[in-house]
Design a protein around this ligand. Structure first.
Ligand SMILES: C[S@@+](CC[C@H](N)C(=O)[O-])C[C@H]1O[C@@H](n2cnc3c(N)ncnc32)[C@H](O)[C@@H]1O
Length: 258
C-alpha cells in the first residue's frame, strides 16, 4: 500500500520521478481517500502517462487549467512568453492564441484582461474541446485559417506555442513524450521553423499596425527568422531569454512592410 504521502513519495522517487513529493501530494488529493482509485492513478503514472492527464488539471501562470488526456500539457517554460503576452494585450484589446492546446495561454490572457476578446485555434479537435472546457473561444483548423474574418487587421496580439522542434531532433525528446503525446505538437519541419515561418507570413492579415507577435521558439531559430521578419514588416524584434540564459521566445511589433 502507498496511501500516505511519505510511502508514495518514496515509491515515486525509486521510479525516478524528479518531483516525487509534489506528484505524490497531487495523486493523493485526486484520489480523495479512495484507495482503489489511488492505486489506479499511481499505476497510470508509473507507465509515464503525464500527471496532468491523470489529475485533470495543471496550474499555469497561477491559473488553474483543465487538461484532458491526449492534449499537450502546458509547460512552465512557456510562462515567460505568457507574461509578455499579458503585457502586450490592452485591457479592451483582441488577441489570438495559435496552436492553443488546452487553451492555457488564452486563459491566462482572459484572466488578466477580462475586458479583452481572446480567440484561439488548434488543428486537433481534442485540444479545441479542452480549450472550450477552459472557457476559451476556440476554433478548429490550421493556424489562422478558421478565425472570423471580422478580426482581420484588428488584432493587438498574435501569440502561440507552435510546433518548433526540428524533425531530426524529435528522437531526442524524452522517451515518454511520444508514448503518450503526438509529434503534431512538436514537429516544426526540417529546421524547426516551417510553422513559425507560416505564422510570420499570415500574421499581418490579422495584426493591426503596432500589434505584437509573440512566439515560443528555441536555439538559433530567431536568427533563422530574421530575414522573414524584416521583409514582412515586423520591427523591434526581441529574443526572450529566461533567468538561466535559455532562449524562450521571440517578440516583435508589426509595422507593415517597406
Ligand atoms: C506545443 S503544443 C502547444 C499547446 C499550448 N499552446 C501550450 O503551450 O500548452 C502545439 C499545439 O499545436 C497544435 N498544432 C499543430 N499544428 C497545428 C496547425 N497547423 N494549426 C493549428 N494547431 C496546430 C497541436 O495540436 C498542439 O496542440
Amino acid at each position: 500500500m502507498h496511501d500516505d504521502l511519505e510511502t508514495l513519495t518514496r515509491l515515486l522517487e525509486r521510479e525516478g520521478f524528479v518531483a516525487a513529493g509534489e506528484e505524490a501530494d497531487e495523486l493523493l488529493a485526486c484520489a480523495a481517500g479512495d484507495a482503489q482509485r489511488l492505486d489506479a492513478l499511481v499505476t497510470r503514472r508509473r507507465t509515464g502517462e503525464p500527471l496532468a492527464w491523470i489529475t485533470g488539471s495543471v496550474t499555469f501562470c497561477g491559473v488553474e487549467v483543465v487538461v484532458t488526456p491526449g492534449v499537450y500539457v502546458p509547460r512552465w517554460q512557456t510562462e515567460l512568453l505568457a507574461q509578455r503576452a499579458v503585457q502586450r494585450l490592452p485591457a479592451g484589446g483582441t488577441a489570438i492564441d495559435l496552436c492553443t492546446g488546452t487553451g492555457a495561454l488564452a486563459k491566462v490572457l482572459m484572466t488578466a484582461r477580462p475586458g479583452a476578446r481572446v480567440v484561439a485555434t488548434d488543428v486537433d479537435a481534442r485540444a479545441v474541446a479542452c480549450a472550450s472546457a477552459n472557457g476559451v473561444e476556440a476554433f478548429c483548423g490550421d493556424l489562422l485559417a478558421p478565425l472570423p474574418r471580422e478580426l482581420e487587421g484588428a488584432v493587438d496580439l498574435v501569440a502561440g506555442v507552435v510546433p518548433y522542434v526540428p524533425t531530426p531532433e524529435l528522437g531526442l525528446l524524452q522517451r515518454d513524450t511520444f508514448t503518450f503525446e503526438s509529434s503534431l505538437s512538436y514537429d516544426g519541419g526540417a529546421d524547426g521553423t516551417a510553422i513559425l515561418r507560416r505564422v510570420l507570413r499570415d500574421g499581418p492579415r490579422f495584426l493591426r499596425r503596432g500589434g505584437a507577435l509573440l512566439l515560443e521558439l528555441g536555439g538559433e531559430e530567431a536568427d533563422a527568422l530574421a530575414g522573414d521578419l524584416a521583409r514582412l514588416g515586423y520591427r523591434d524584434v526581441t529574443v526572450l531569454v529566461d533567468e538561466d540564459g535559455d532562449v524562450r521566445g521571440l517578440e516583435a511589433t508589426f509595422a507593415a512592410p517597406g
